[in-house]
Write a protein that binds this ligand. Structure first.
Ligand code: LLP
Length: 418
């Protein structure tokens, strides 16, 4: 069972906080992503709770969910942001985020993205290669400022997660090789337009054990010691994101323990600690509401064809990810094992496989734990407009992104003059 859900049952019907999912479907149609303001606020607040006495910054990883309303809500709670593109930079600023609380990660920052970030005075670039360091030094020189940097080190630890979302191993493209980091810091120190701020690492996503975080931090701290010996003093340590959530039966470490263990290791250092959580802040604050269009069967399988597809939620197709499915209004149809699939013309277009459900055509279903990497990874494949997004605040519903219409999809295209 997905933990801590804002979805609950009342007289046989599912509600999102104080709003029935049937009412949301009536007003906004399906598929629609639904977020709970209360859950977002409570999750952020409980992350922050263990940090109140510590010099810290929580930089929400924008890629997990980049809706402006959600960014704006986090900004209002004091969050900073971890961005990975010029697009995310513009989004965060538009949403009211403070540039001084932005860290910029990613292996492929372009010159124009770097300049845009320098111009608004972001907190720090998380450098992922020597070439990037040189490019940032050059860009900063051109506008005669000092660029604040950390080096993202690759600690070569196994995050024990899906291989597509592990980032802290030598065969991943991320970060600077642990053994090369000291040398790169020394080079950075000699550069006139570089200001060394900190050190960074991010080892992967949906991590459900503490040990990989601690192993990575131990490696980072050993480097911090070597840097000190070389007269390089850091003002922050950025531990990245990656803490997992419960989709099915995982039991990730709770925030309190995770934060306590980290603070324990750095308590004598007198540095700011930066976190970059994405999924943990939004994953279980969102669901995807969808409708069963057709049921069909052959002699091997029962299929439920729903109106949400891999273009709305790609995680099952891409990572074989599990998302719990609940039927919005209970009834007594026969329990069957279904493959729950979308209308997209790909065999990999499935949301769930072999799932025991009681379904009828036209049922509404609720796909759980889709607040992270749901809408933000959606596409227009098969010329499907992206889903609507709504936020519930107790018994009120706010549309935070309208459903895309075909005209929205065509608007940048031009007919070739024949
Ligand atoms: N910081 C950096 C540098 C990252 O690359 C990421 C995620 C995060 C923070 C946030 O990680 P989180 O706390 O959300 O685990 N699409 C995949 C997840 C990809 C994660 C990419 N990087 C999924 O749906 O599972």
């Amino acid at each position: 069972m997905a933990q801590m859900s804002f979805i609950h049952i009342d007289q046989g019907v599912l509600f999102a906080d104080g709003v029935s999912l049937e009412a949301i479907a009536n007003q906004f149609s399906t598929p629609t992503f639904i977020y709970s303001k209360n859950t977002l606020v409570n999750t952020f607040t409980s992350f922050k709770k263990g940090l109140l006495k510590t010099n810290h910054l929580i930089c929400f990883a924008v890629k997990a969910n980049s809706n402006i309303a959600i960014l704006n809500l986090f900004a209002s709670l004091g969050a900073g942001f971890d961005i990975v593109s010029g697009g995310e930079l513009e989004r965060v600023i538009y949403a009211g985020g403070d540039p001084k609380k932005i860290v910029f990660s990613g292996v492929g920052k372009t010159e124009s993205e770097i300049k845009a970030a320098l111009k608004v005075n972001i907190l720090c670039f998380n450098i992922e290669s020597k070439s990037e360091l040189l490019r940032i030094q050059k860009a900063a020189k051109e506008i005669n400022i000092k660029a604040p940097i950390s080096i993202r080190v690759n600690p070569d630890v196994d995050a024990k997660t899906h291989p597509y979302i592990a980032t802290g191993l030598k065969d991943n493209k991320f970060g600077v090789d642990f053994n090369q980091a000291l040398l790169l810091y020394l080079e950075a120190k000699s550069m006139a337009h570089i200001e060394i701020k900190g050190i960074d690492c991010h080892i992967g996503s949906q991590i459900t054990e503490l040990k990989p975080f601690m192993d990575a931090l131990d490696r980072v701290l050993s480097l911090v010691g070597q840097l000190k010996k070389n007269d390089i003093h850091l003002s922050h340590i950025d531990i990245g994101g990656g803490i997992g959530i419960c989709y099915q039966d995982e039991s990730p470490p709770n925030f309190e323990i995770y934060i306590k263990e980290i603070l324990n290791k750095i308590k004598d250092l007198n540095v700011k600690i930066i976190f970059e959580p994405g999924r943990a802040l939004v994953g279980n604050a969102g669901v995807l509401l969808s409708k069963v269009e057709y049921l069909k069967q052959n002699d091997l399988k029962h299929f439920a064809i729903i109106d949400a597809a891999m273009n709305d939620l790609i995680r099952p197709s891409l990572y074989d990810a599990y998302h719990e499915i609940k039927v919005v209004r209970e009834h007594d149809a026969t329990l069957q094992s279904y493959d729950v699939v979308g209308p997209v013309c790909e065999s990999s277009d499935f949301i769930a496989k072999n799932r025991s459900l009681k379904l009828r055509e036209n049922d509404l279903i609720c796909i759980m734990s889709t607040g992270a990497y749901g809408m933000s990874m959606s596409s227009n494949y098969n010329s499907r407009g992206r889903a609507a997004e709504v936020m519930v605040d107790q018994d009120k519903i706010y549309e935070i992104r309208a459903r895309e219409k075909s005209a929205d999809l065509f608007k940048l295209e031009k007919k070739f003059p024949l």
